[in-house]
Design a protein around this ligand. Structure first.
Ligand code: WTA
Length: 654
């Protein structure tokens, strides 16, 4: 281990630039930079060319119609996402190719071909229709990483019903709020899922949520773990019984390019999650093109995106992009350290994976566990690696490059968001020299910039706000039910034609982008977006809590750790048992991922004279930074007290 660290330190201090390896370049889809010039010369023509890789029922009349901030792509065109992911490959003779090599956490394996996937999707699409789901109806999906998850998504896409996938790690309250916001008609869930050997009672959680979800008419339950749960006659159905009754033939709906394909909720700066709406034509075009060009997809690749489909990464790069490209993927249900810390490497070895796409938080965990785990396995099939979700520390980058990639695989560090739908800043692995920690350059056709408070472009070498200055096909079209919030959140700071990402960034002298994290009250915990406000609301929801402020501090493994400052109502004592109770309360309100790592009980919180909690000061305290100017505070003394408490360890850590 010590030796490994010395080696990495040496590599880092060289500030090496990693040129695309010649062997990789020889076989790469993109070998020279002319694609950037062509796309820059006419970005609409570039995207139209990408759209031609899809099957359209009717060709578009115009490529783009931009009435800032509103944009439409492939206007007048019609297509079906599920047809593009399945039928056209089967019709072309590619039905026997494996779509997913699936592995359950307890160890079962399933191989699903494109033909099998098409049959099951068609059956389930018919089943949804039989339950009364039609074009435009919303279907909520609350499943773990089981094959029925992509089946359910594609079945919805087939009949034109937007899906809203809710991450299986979310609590029943989070599920309830998302179902109600979208007014979903049907919920698809499973009896139980496996996580680190334990059972996650998804159906029981769902039942709790459904007590307050008037829009839900039917619940479809996938049998996975065989655990007991309640069954409501007339409302509840078994997935396997429904599909048995249906024929494997369901004509795909002809959808308009701008019809919504799905809603996916993500955290913003307020307590209410935003229902990000993605459409059919533009989204499918952009995820298909970016997946193919960034991951250099060849016919014989075995591609593994080790994210959860409950997040946008899984929507775009486990389901829609890879399937539209007729790619063979690996899909794994469970935890990376179950039963042992080499689980991922054994799966990669057995399936001869050629591409692996995962998150920095996972890479930091692998690094902590040590190189002996990957070293037990033959990972020589890998030829390309990727990361997503947060900035990757150069040390973790080099570890990944050396111990997983064997020093031969380029790493694509891909920056994007739920709202952007597809990757926007990334290397193309055959042409762009890599710098550990930098997402490098905008994808062809994307115009990204770093601007100051007034919106002026910051010269190379400087930092500021990351913005996007022209539309791309996969940009979210709105926030479900709240177009004003869409305009306010993304297009108000610099005007309706400039998308504000909410991230800080700097560019170096070569124009490479270095992402600096969020500039708003959104945290990035283990690659998951959480809003400080949402966690504060959950804490205050507990009857013992008077007030709470949540900030983050950097953490070696999860990226940002959650620090909660809590003032209890009088009569309550801030001790270990209350801390444990509050953590559980947050888990129940939002999900386990949102549990504070540290809880600090204080008598008061620092406030401005107008009564606003000064989170900036608390962030300094949590990070052990010297305190800045506190003279504008109404209660300056409280900062000193809190500061002393943190210094003396008067807090509870998980
Ligand atoms: C962060 C995940 C640095 C960023 C696809 C963004 C990154 C937020 C990177 C979106 C990266 C994502 N480097 N930061 N390569 N990728 N981020 O919506 O702060 O879950 O705004 O989408 O993750 O998170 P979301």
């Amino acid at each position: 281990m010590a030796e490994a660290h010395q080696h990495i330190a040496a590599l880092l201090s060289e500030e090496r630039v990693f040129e695309p390896p010649p062997d990789f370049v020889a076989g790469a889809l993109v070998k020279d930079r002319s694609i950037y010039e062509r796309a820059e010369a006419d970005y609409q023509a570039f995207w139209a060319k990408q759209a031609e890789r899809l099957a359209w029922f009717r060709r578009w009349e115009s490529v783009m119609d931009w009435q800032p901030p509103w944009v439409k792509w492939f206007v007048g065109g019609t297509l079906n996402a599920s047809f593009n992911c399945l039928d056209r490959h089967v019709e072309a003779g590619g039905g026997d190719k494996v779509a997913y090599h699936w592995e359950g956490e307890p160890g079962e394996q399933r191989t699903i071909t494109y033909k099998e996937l098409l049959d099951e999707v068609s059956r389930f699409a018919n089943a949804l229709k039989a339950l009364g789901v039609g074009r435009g109806d919303r279907v909520a999906i609350y499943l773990g990483m089981v094959p029925e998850l992509p089946v359910a998504m594609l079945a919805c896409a087939r009949i034109g019903a937007p899906h809203s996938v809710v991450f299986g790690g979310f609590s029943s309250d989070s599920l309830r709020d998302r179902i109600n916001d979208a007014e979903a008609k049907v919920l698809v869930t499973q009896d139980g899922g496996y996580r680190r050997g334990a059972l996650v009672p998804l159906k029981a959680n769902a039942d709790e949520a459904l007590a307050e979800c008037p829009s839900i008419q039917h619940v479809v339950t996938v049998r996975r773990a065989g655990n007991e749960h309640a069954f409501t006659a007339g409302r509840d159905h078994w997935y396997h019984e429904l599909i048995e009754e249906q024929i494997p033939d369901c004509p795909p709906e002809e959808m308009d390019a701008e019809d919504p394909l799905y809603i996916l909720y993500t955290s913003g700066t307020t307590g209410k999650p935003k229902g990000i709406v993605h459409t059919t034509g533009g989204y499918m075009t952009a995820v298909t093109a970016t997946h193919r060009l960034i991951f250099d997809i060849h016919d014989d690749d075995v591609y593994w995106c080790a994210a959860d489909i409950g997040w946008v990464t899984g929507h775009s790069y486990i389901v829609y992009g890879p399937l539209a490209n007729h790619t063979t993927s690996v899909m794994y249900e469970g935890a990376p350290d179950w039963p042992d810390k080499d689980r991922l490497w054994s799966i990669a070895e057995r399936n001869r994976a050629t591409i692996l796409y995962t998150a920095p938080t996972a890479i930091r965990a692998f690094m902590r566990w040590g190189p002996e785990h990957p070293e037990k396995h033959d990972l020589s099939s890998l030829r390309l690696l990727g990361t997503v979700g947060e900035p990757i520390n150069p040390e973790a980058w080099v570890w990944y490059w050396k111990y997983i990639g064997g020093g031969r695989c380029p790493i694509v560090d891909t920056w994007w968001q739920t709202e952007t739908g597809c990757i926007l800043i990334t290397p193309l692995p055959g042409v762009i020299p890599l710098k550990p920690g930098s997402a490098t350059l905008p994808f062809p056709g994307i115009q990204a910039d770093v601007v100051d408070e007034e919106g002026n472009s910051v010269p190379l070498g400087g930092g500021g706000y990351l913005v996007l200055k022209r539309p791309w096909p996969a940009i979210a079209r709105t926030i479900w039910g709240d177009p004003d919030r869409y305009v306010q959140t993304y297009f108000s700071k610099y005007g309706p034609d400039i998308y504000v990402a909410g991230d800080g960034a700097k560019r170096d002298e070569d124009g490479y982008f270095w992402l600096l994290g969020r500039i708003d009250d959104v945290m990035n915990v283990a690659g998951h977006r959480l809003s400080t406000y949402e966690i504060e609301s959950a804490l205050v929801d507990n009857p013992k809590v008077a007030e709470a402020a949540v900030v983050s501090r950097p953490d070696d493994v999860v990226g940002e750790a959650i620090v909660a400052f809590v003032t209890l109502k009088s009569g309550y004592e801030g001790d270990e048992s209350v801390a444990a109770e509050l953590r559980e309360h947050v888990a129940k309100k939002i999900g386990k991922i949102a549990r504070p790592h540290a809880l600090i009980f204080t008598n008061d919180l620092p406030k401005t004279r107008s009564g606003k909690i000064m989170r900036r000061l608390l962030r300094d305290v949590a990070r052990g930074r010297p305190l800045g100017d506190v003279t504008t505070l109404a209660n300056a003394e409280v900062v000193e007290q809190i500061h002393d408490m943190v210094q003396t360890g008067a807090r509870t850590e998980e």
